[in-house]
Ligand binder design. Structure first.
Ligand SMILES: Nc1ncnc2c1ncn2[C@@H]1O[C@H](COP(=O)(O)OP(=O)(O)OP(=O)(O)O)[C@@H](O)[C@H]1O
Length: 704
């Protein structure tokens, strides 16, 4: 890696009116001293009026030849060696940037840096017989006509090698110097030339001419490729001052003609400021394009063109200030080596071929001659698939002839395929069961049928032809009580068990309520008895008074108070009696309400109890089925109800019409004879319905 600052060469254009009073150029020491006589300006300000600048080189009255040798030759040579290079001209309009960069197209000795660089590149490349070199180039202004050269046309973006590239711009491959020069001249013709108040032939736009070199070794079979590029940049005029008539010149730093030049200056300022970690390259296409050139992977040289006339002193100062800043920009250039992907693939293909041959030889020596290392044919894959499925179904204990890693991989592939298909089938079965509960029983029935045919192994036909070998092996029998605990922890066993527990809890709550209501009712009854006793005694007292003739009676009159009522004589009740009767009325109402509630609670408790009983039976029955499926015949231990007993219970319930006490399903109307075929159907339906009902009730429970 070469770490170096941007080099700056100052070129002063020849002029008849050299400002010898104000400018002292010393090419030997590379210094320029400048002063501005303020008296001439007629203004007084506090600006510094004299400057001294030092540069890498100063060229005065130098020929195009000398300029090229001093400023460009070395950079171009580096580009041929694989470094990126940039040469850019900066200065005010008319200072000689285009003359320096392009020069005259009619006078060969006045040709500029670009045609000379093209010649040098082709000359140097021509000397490299051992390299296959491709040269591509483009001029940002060619061959697209000027009116089409809008900013949107050319997009500058990051390239795959970490640099920048221009979209919508095709690079032309140039096989010889002439092709490249054609490119240059074509672009030069298209260059925007517009009228300008300082110089009618000045160009306002930037001109960027880029040469890309791609170099591969012809002799070594190397996959390394050198990629490098040379940017040759003729920037737009940098003038930033306004002429203010005869009163002279004022330094007005803020008057920029070209905005992108101001962005370029911002980038340079940011690069010089070590405390700044962001450099605003993306502000303009120009700075984006020059990202490699400024502070990046590039050898960069700037030619500062000055016009040392008294009228251009400020522009000269301004150009030299910018040039000084530029010298503080540091770059890190590396030779750009990339691995050629096409060659890499070719190399790997060759390596694979060689290794296969090597292995084949090794196998022959070890008597394993029939092994090949090419990809399996479809027939071979089918064979491996068969043997893998035989292994999965238990038809074979192990897979023979595993003679290569390739075969192991194919077997694993097949196992994965089987697993995926199995999973898909299980999921589709689940969907069927969810949408139609009877489907489950049918599937199960099919499986049982097959298990009868196939001995102890249950071949899962539902998995489809290819999966027939997928076998569920039965477990060694365990104690039924232990198995029952296990069953209650899984699948439908867990659902039923949970429903039973929840019902029990609900029943417990309701029983507690029954107890409370019973107490309340009893207390109410006692109160009522007391009141009744008191009223009875009051009645006795009144009868006694009546017998003694001292009782009060009142004639019942009509509302109008004029008489004409029914004339009945009514007993007059006293205040205490009235109170007691009212109280009695309230207590009776209370008693009746609580009594009704108690009655309902008792009905509910009975219902819950019958549901619990029903679910318990179902749980045991389901468990029996599960146990038979899960374990080999001959399992030990006690179980509360065997199949025949349960079947009989179901038959009885069905015939009595009580089977649907829990299910409430119209399928089971009862009263008919039940043969064994129907029984299986009834049991299956009952099982599914019981589970569904249990799940439904679970959801309906308060607090869910
Ligand atoms: N070193 C030089 N020797 C002879 N003539 C020169 C020299 N420098 C510039 N000139 C002449 O000065 C004129 C202006 O130069 P040029 O067009 O190169 O300026 P510029 O800086 O490129 O201006 P712009 O910014 O407008 O492109 C041209 O006619 C050119 O031939």
């Amino acid at each position: 890696m070469v770490k170096q600052a941007v080099k700056v060469v100052v070129r002063a254009r020849p002029t008849a009116n050299f400002a010898s009073k104000n400018i002292k150029i010393d090419p030997l020491t590379g210094t320029i001293a400048l002063n501005i006589d303020k008296k001439d300006e007629g203004t007084v300000n506090n600006q510094l009026d004299s400057w001294k600048f030092k540069f890498d080189k100063i060229l005065q009255n130098s020929s195009q030849d000398e300029v090229y040798e001093a400023a460009a030759q070395e950079t171009v040579q580096s580009v041929v060696q694989g470094y990126n290079g940039t040469i850019l001209c900066y200065g005010q309009t008319g200072a000689g940037k285009t003359f320096t960069m392009t020069g005259s197209s009619t006078n060969f000795s006045y040709r500029g840096v670009i045609p000379r660089a093209i010649s040098q590149v082709f000359r140097e490349v021509g000397n490299k017989f051992d390299q296959a070199i491709t040269i591509r180039m483009f001029d940002l202004l060619s061959p697209i006509p000027t009116h089409e050269q809008q900013a949107s046309h050319l997009q500058i973006q990051d390239d795959s090698r970490g640099g920048v590239a221009i979209k919508n711009l095709s690079m032309i491959v140039c096989n010889q110097e002439e092709d490249a020069l054609n490119q240059l001249f074509e672009g030069d013709m298209n260059r925007t030339v517009s009228e300008h108040q300082l110089n009618k032939a000045s160009s306002r736009s930037h001109c960027v001419f880029t040469i890309h070199i791609e170099s591969r070794s012809r002799v070594e079979s190397s996959d390394k490729v050198l990629f490098s590029k040379l940017h040759l940049v003729d920037l737009a005029g940098s003038e930033r001052t306004k002429k203010t008539g005869s009163s002279g010149i004022t330094l007005k730093e803020a008057t920029f003609i070209n905005k992108s030049l101001s962005f370029l200056e911002q980038v340079v300022i940011a690069l010089c400021d070590k405390s700044r970690d962001h450099v605003p390259y993306r502000q303009s296409k120009l700075t984006n394009l020059l990202r490699d050139s400024l502070g990046g992977n590039c050898k960069t040289l700037m030619i500062a063109n000055i016009w040392p006339e008294p009228t251009h002193l400020e522009e000269t100062v301004s150009t030299l200030k910018f040039a000084t800043r530029m010298m503080r920009v540091s770059n890190e250039a590396i030779v750009n080596i990339q691995l050629d992907p096409h060659l890499l693939i070719k190399r790997y293909e060759k390596e694979v071929r060689d290794l296969k041959q090597e292995l084949a030889m090794h196998d022959t020596l070890k008597n394993r001659g029939r092994i090949t290392y090419d990809a399996y044919s479809p027939d071979q894959v089918v064979d491996i698939q068969k043997v893998t499925q035989q292994y999965l179904s238990g038809q074979v204990e192990e897979i023979q002839d595993i003679d290569s890693l390739r075969k192991v991989r194919e077997i694993f592939n097949q196992i994965r395929n089987s697993y995926r298909k199995l999973k898909q089938n299980v999921e589709s079965m689940q969907r069927q069961i969810d949408s139609d509960p009877t489907a489950f029983q049918k599937l199960k029935q099919d499986k049982l049928e097959e298990s009868k045919l196939g001995g102890e192994q249950v071949i899962d036909d539902s998995l489809g032809g290819e999966q027939q070998d997928s076998v569920r092996r039965k477990r060694k029998p365990i104690d039924k009580q232990t198995a029952f605990i296990e069953y209650k922890e899984e699948g439908d066993g867990r659902t039923l068990e949970k429903a039973i527990i929840d019902y029990r809890n609900e029943m417990k709550d309701k029983r507690q309520h029954i107890k409370t209501f019973t107490q309340v009712i009893n207390t109410t009854k006692q109160e009522m008895d007391k009141i009744k006793a008191r009223l009875d005694s009051k009645g006795e007292e009144k009868k006694a008074q009546l017998r003694s003739g001292g009782a009060d009676f009142q004639q019942d009159f009509d509302d109008d108070g004029m008489g004409g009522g029914n004339g009945q004589i009514e007993e007059i009740i006293d205040e205490e009696e009235l109170m007691l009767l009212k109280e009695m009325k309230d207590l009776k109402k209370n008693y009746r309400e609580n009594y009704d509630k108690l009655k309902n609670l008792k009905v509910e408790v009975n219902d819950i109890q019958s549901n619990i009983d029903s679910m318990k039976q179902q749980l045991i029955y389901n468990f029996e089925g599960w146990y038979a499926d899960e374990f080999e015949a001959g399992g030990g231990g006690e179980i509360q109800m065997d199949d025949s007993a349960y079947n009989q219970t179901v038959k009885n319930q069905y015939q009595k019409g009580t089977l649907n006490a829990f299910q409430g399903d119209s399928l089971f109307n009862g009263g008919e004879d039940v043969d064994d075929d129907a029984l299986a159907f009834i049991r299956a339906k009952r099982k599914v319905d019981t589970l569904h009902k249990a799940k439904k009730l679970e959801k309906q429970r308060p607090g869910r």
